[in-house]
Write a protein that binds this ligand. Sequence first.
Ligand code: GAR
Length: 201
Amino acid sequence: MTRIAVLISGGGSNMVALVRAMQSGGWAEPVLVLANDPDAGGLQKARAMGVQTAVVDHRAFKGDRGAFEKALGDTLATAKPDILCLAGFMRVLTADFVTKWEGRMLNIHPSLLPKYKGLHTHLRALEAGDLQHGCTVHEVTPELDDGPILGQAMLDVAPDDTPETLAARVLPLEHTLYPRVLERFVAGEKTLLSLRNVNVD
Ligand code: GAR
């Protein structure tokens, strides 16, 4: 069975969606949820779902990215994952780390990439007057929020949307998109999955 590790920094709602889908579908095994912050709310949720957790606190490494990533790699090695899923993991990974996992690491990003790499995606979509917005799952390559796009889910921006309402409307789309893309990826399917007007959560 394909072994999946999920990397989180916060609440971990995408991680929960991934773990639920794996546990109910049986197409992969969630072997580790790893956070860079001991206070990440997702850690408790993972344990409640019976998934092993670990913390590699980036603050302990005082800006030494190499040492942080060495610790990440060592912790991951204990769980022997085949695939890494970044799910709201808010640390930028170096080319060194990414290259080791290239072709085996996915990320979810709250915009229709290649638009709005980086932060404040919902605000930037509104400021640009976009009529459509959404989220993207892509393979991770050394350049930030780049890499082959595997899936996108989109919605129509409403005239009264704010960054907060958009974030709240996009998040359930993420929960629908990410497990579907991961399941396909595990099966070797890398063609684009495009979801519009999906029923979510
Ligand atoms: C999600 O919206 C995810 O797309 C975003 O952080 C949130 C995490 O929520 N990720 C990024 O912005 C990565 N650049 P979650 O912890 O509830 O899954």
